[in-house]
Design a protein around this ligand. Structure first.
Ligand SMILES: O=C(O)C[C@H](O)C(=O)O
Length: 497
């Protein structure tokens, strides 16, 4: 076979372009299946959440801005032909990292840098989203195939693994595990299941499977032709019957597909990995052939579903957060939809830890939390005339350990996504506070409600710094009310089948 030389800088450029592309455009198969889910959804809350995700996706595509504020950790599956020579003085992974750096620091459409260099101690943001996680496999041939993905932290955090006994049921473990995941992985999405091989192989199988085309609709129509397909259908039905629904609000669709990949394994083993994929389903395949960088064709922007994903403000309670009191929150009930206006503070993982460290040392905080509303968010940097880039909520359970600390500081209400832990719910109710949710995955739409943003503290934390947002009619839903009732318990219980 003829040897082909592929320039390292073409690899970097291909990765750059692919990352910019997938940050902005949902894949057509996901859009199609999500639109189908939207059309058949009977739960009003879940239908509204899906509508907001679809509308936000359209705005992202039209405005060339990221569909989600979490623009992900880059994962690349590279398949390199044995007759390929990579020209340059760096490794393939280093060229991939060059592409990541260029994509995330793009001036026209900067993506959010989420990677921290040292995962245990300092956890300092690398500021350019490097490094990527690159898996390289060789094959016979003279092309380089790159499967480029950018996976959000919320769904990656819900990856699970087990070693089953050989006779145990894969389906039962998967369904039970999904039932216990909560909504931090931002359903409706996909579940990838990898079975077999060794422990690490099963994880890779599950992740790689997520990037196969969404085809459950066709599979349902034509019927299964293998045991694997039967298992996919069973999982799809059983997971959706759990009633978790969009954002965990309770509804008909929790997964838009279930992907399965298998590999031979040891007679004593049955490794099973479960990998959720959030609504920001971002991946693309590009092939380099030695004739320059590979680019993806721009999608037809007319092909985005024209649904009424706008927030119908009818029946929604307008709330002025600057004058909000405990008494005013007494009448809020789980599921109530509010439009917030006024000034809210932002803060997420690193800011909460910084606050805790300062309080432990007896240091004064550089801002007051008393009677404030805090939004768990790490926004994308703004461009042009934006005041802030896409700014959807992050998973609130990670802040559960700080709930009492924030309540002691006088916080009135917290905004995030997904359920709170039982202990947090109890503490929130005891303090007469509340917990609200915005729609994860509708980051562009949420950002439209933010009219100004200013840095308040902890600038060194990058996207995790504390900011003050002025919002106008920011749509949120009451998730935990002052009596400790939770929409994430009530909703799924109602829609479980
Ligand atoms: O980091 C974020 O902004 C969100 C994160 O992906 C999450 O879902 O919790």
């Amino acid at each position: 076979m003829e040897t082909v030389t592929i320039r390292g800088q073409d690899i970097a450029e291909t990765v750059r372009a692919a990352l910019q592309y997938i940050a902005v455009y949902h894949t057509p198969d996901y859009l199609k299946q999500l639109t189908f889910a939207y059309e058949k959804e009977e739960s009003e809350a879940a239908r509204s959440a899906i509508g907001q995700i679809l509308e936000s996706s359209r705005l992202a595509a039209l405005g060339n801005r990221p569909m989600c504020q979490d623009t992900g950790m880059v994962t690349v599956f590279a398949k390199i032909g044995q007759s390929v020579v990579v020209e340059g003085d760096k490794t393939l992974s280093e060229y991939v990292n060059d592409g990541v750096r260029q994509a995330y620091l793009d001036e026209g459409n900067p993506l959010r840098a989420s990677m921290v260099g040292d995962p245990i101690f300092e956890r300092k943001n690398t500021r350019d989203n490097t490094p990527a996680v690159t898996h390289v496999e060789t094959c016979v041939g003279n092309t380089l195939e790159l499967l480029v993905a950018a996976k959000g932290g919320g769904s990656e955090n819900k990856a699970r693994y087990t070693m089953l006994n050989p006779a145990a049921s894969v389906a039962d473990w998967v369904v039970e595990t999904v039932a216990g995941l909560g909504a931090g992985w931002c359903p409706p999405g996909l579940i990838g299941v990898g079975v077999g091989g060794s422990a690490e192989k099963a994880m890779l199988l599950a992740k790689r499977a997520l990037m196969d085309e969404i085809d459950i609709g066709e599979l349902q129509k034509r019927g299964p032709s293998s045991k694997e397909e039967e298992l996919r259908l069973e999982l799809y039905e059983r997971i959706n019957a759990l009633g978790i629904g969009a954002q965990g609000l309770g509804g008909l669709t929790t997964v838009v597909d279930v992907k399965l990949a298998t590999y031979p394994t040891h007679a004593a083993s049955k490794p099973v990995a479960l990998m959720p994929q959030c609504a920001a389903n971002r991946h693309a395949k590009v092939t380099l052939r030695g004739d320059g960088p590979a680019y993806l064709d721009p999608p037809d922007l007319e092909s985005w579903p024209k649904i009424d994903g706008s927030i119908g403000t009818e029946g929604m309670l307008r709330v002025e957060v600057d004058t909000l009191t405990h008494e005013a929150m007494q009448n809020w009930k789980p599921g109530d939809r509010l439009l917030l206006s006024g000034k809210i503070l932002t803060g997420r993982d690193a800011a909460h830890k910084r606050i805790a460290d300062m309080l432990a040392k007896g240091e004064p905080l550089p801002f007051s939390i008393k009677n404030r509303v805090i939004y768990y968010v790490g926004p994308v940097d703004p461009v042009g005339d934006e005041v802030v880039g896409p700014a959807g909520p992050t998973t609130s359970t990670r802040m559960d350990g700080y709930t009492q600390m924030m309540l002691d500081q006088g916080v009135l209400s917290m905004i995030g996504k997904a359920e709170r832990g039982a202990d947090s719910v109890h503490r929130i109710a005891k303090a007469g506070a509340t917990y609200l949710i915005a729609v994860g995955g509708a980051a562009v739409l949420v950002a439209k409600a933010i009219t100004s943003a200013r840095l308040v503290a902890f600038e060194d934390l990058g996207m995790e710094a504390v900011r003050e947002f002025e919002v106008k009619n920011m749509p949120v839903t009451v998730a935990v009310d002052v009596s400790g009732q939770s929409i994430h318990k009530l909703g799924p219980a109602r829609w479980r089948r």
